[in-house]
Design a binder for this molecule. Structure first.
Ligand code: N01
Length: 552
């Protein structure tokens, strides 16, 4: 798989080594907060990010239509600072990419973070030096850096995936990946545009592109269930209440399965009569957002029959919205609803009623190659002026593997993770002492409120570092046994649901050759309780090493 972020290494500097207590890789939600937390503890910290601005995923994913696909506004943001909550005004229920990026830029200024962040700098190499209990890293700027702690806040959806379609680099027109969207304005006006991919990115971008392009061809391999986001201005009363009751709201989000304020139903979909279910589904469909999935019935993603009730409802909506029954059938999904990332859209199915939009079903008419002039499928060529790849990411583990740190005895992460993405608590890896992950495999990551999860994990890491320092310890590393039992715990929880039965990026099925493993801990609040208990038990499952006196 092509790495879309290859950057030449600049010549090495004068050989001098920079020293920090902690290096953080990534300046998105996770990395910015880790910097703040560790710096407040008195550590010297350096953050590196390959992007030219802070924001992580929100810096890169600036394709048209990019919006938060979780309850947004005052609920998809940092919670650690009450002042910040009071100061920042969110305008919409599903903020768009510029709004979230503006917020993160504000945070970086507000907490004076930029002075410790080095942008446009990729970490090329990271090796653990057992004798010094420190990580040695090399950056694309040619610097050599020594740090006791290495915190990887590299993002779960940051290693953009460009599929290996023959001729993909031969296309002569404009070509963009949704996750590497250019910073200059992109005009679709008067152009024949093709979009490959109908995950969240494709589904968000397609209505926007269709409204401007001369013609849009959507190349769909797997149809998806999507729910209207119904983005709207935030009710000022919601903001006022969030500000007045911030501590209580924060506690409620911490205790909820998804880290949000959704009222979760405890009823089975099978307890209701069909007409009662239909009424409830319709009400929640009209409300928009994730209410339909989280707020309808408790067993939608755990019971196949319950799942089918919602699938039937959504399939009915596709047939109702899309006027051409043949196109409606091509858009009909075939998986357990909710077990791929639930997409929230802004008029996606409606887009297929437009005269200037064509749908190519790649299951019956596969892509053969890409030529300078367009996309060739079995049934012929689709001439294009612009090609948009909304083909996703090597999710959860991909960015860590691209970093490929070398741990104890020189073992590389690629070797360690050649078959399974084992971690302990999603936060640490055996044989990789003093390396911490934010949103790593085995943490709740993408199925919990991500900014909130990043805060809680950063704080856990900071508190662990404090513990080591207070106890004269130089290194911490989980045991392999602890990893194995964590792996089992993650799998046992997942196996009570329908998630592992679906091919998705949650299971690694979107990347050819990737080991299949469901890497998300699905019990958010219990997870955060467990990691607190482990910290309180003097880090059960970890090996703690005495500090070796400094030799450098
Ligand atoms: O990626 P995806 P995404 N030929 O992997 C298709 C988050 N996100 O960027 O399903 C043809 O979901 C592939 O087809 P298939 C969000 O969590 C958040 O859309 O493999 N098609 C699929 O249709 C999201 O879930 C926001 O058969 C090929 C598509 O490309 C996650 O990022 C916004 C192909 C990839 O869909 C990833 O979403 C956007 C090929 N060779 C994204 N290879 C927010 O709102 C792949 N595809 C915060």
């Amino acid at each position: 798989m092509a790495n879309m972020d290859q950057h030449p290494q600049k010549p090495k500097g004068n050989g001098a080594v920079e020293h920090y207590d902690a290096v953080v890789i990534g300046a998105g939600f996770g990395g910015l907060y880790a910097l703040h937390y560790l710096r407040e503890m008195g550590l010297s910290v350096r953050v590196y990010d390959g992007a030219a601005g802070v924001g992580g995923t929100w810096w890169w994913n600036r394709y048209p239509g990019a919006r938060v696909d979780f309850p947004g506004g005052p609920f998809y943001c940092y919670t650690f600072s009450e002042e910040l909550v009071q100061e920042w005004d969110w305008a919409e229920t599903q903020p768009d990419q510029p709004a979230v990026l503006a917020y993160l830029d504000y945070v970086a200024d507000r907490f004076n973070l930029r002075r410790d962040i080095q942008l446009e700098t990729w970490v090329h190499d990271a090796c653990y030096d057992e004798d010094r209990q420190r990580w040695m890293i090399e950056t694309s700027a040619g610097a050599r850096v020594s740090t006791q702690f290495l915190i990887c806040a590299v993002g779960t959806l940051s290693a953009a995936y460009k599929p290996d379609i023959p001729g993909i680099d031969d296309f002569a027109g404009e070509s963009y990946h949704s996750g590497r969207w250019p910073h200059k304005p992109v005009s679709f006006a008067g152009k024949r545009v093709g979009v490959i991919g109908t995950g969240s990115s494709g589904v968000q971008a397609i209505p926007e592109i269709a409204s401007e392009a001369a013609h849009l061809t959507v190349f769909q391999r797997t149809p998806q269930y999507t729910i209207p986001a119904r983005n709207r201005p935030i009710d000022p009363e919601v903001i006022r209440q969030a500000r007045e009751n911030w501590a209580a709201i924060r506690a409620k989000m911490n205790a909820s399965p998804s880290g949000s304020l959704f009222e979760v139903s405890d009823r089975s979909a099978l307890d209701d009569l069909p007409e009662q279910r239909q009424k409830l589904f319709e009400e929640l469909w009209q409300k928009g957002g994730l209410h339909l999935l989280f707020g309808s019935y408790a067993d939608i993603v755990t019971d196949k029959d319950a799942n089918r009730t919602l699938a039937n409802f959504l399939e009915g909506k596709i047939r109702q919205i899309v006027r051409d029954p043949k196109i409606a059938e091509k858009l009909m999904p075939n998986y357990y609803v909710g077990t791929k990332r639930q997409i929230l859209d802004n008029g996606y199915y409606e887009t297929f009623n437009r005269e200037n939009v064509a749908l190519v079903d790649l299951r019956e008419d596969p892509i053969l190659k890409i030529t300078p002039a367009g996309v060739c499928t079995e049934r012929g060529e689709h001439p294009l002026d612009m090609l948009v790849l909304a083909t996703g990411f090597d999710a959860i583990s991909g960015a860590l593997l691209r970093l490929n740190p070398k741990g104890r005895g020189g073992i590389s992460l690629k070797e360690k993770w050649s078959k399974r993405f084992d971690t302990y608590l999603g936060l640490a890896i055996a044989d990789f002492p003093n390396l911490f992950l934010i949103h790593g495999p085995g943490s709740p990551s993408v199925l919990f409120n991500m900014p909130l999860g990043a805060e809680l994990e950063s704080a856990w890491i900071g508190d662990c570092v404090r513990y080591l320092r207070e106890h004269g310890l130089g290194a911490i590393e989980p045991t392999s046994d602890a990893e194995k039992s964590w792996d089992q715990e993650v799998a046992e929880i997942a196996n009570r649901t329908l998630f592992p039965l679906t091919d998705s990026w949650y299971t690694g099925a979107n990347i050819p050759g990737k080991p299949r493993q469901f890497c998300v801990h699905l019990a958010g609040p219990r997870y955060f309780q467990r990691i607190s208990e482990i910290a309180a038990s003097d880090y059960k499952g970890f090996v703690l090493e005495k500090k070796i006196p400094a030799t450098d």
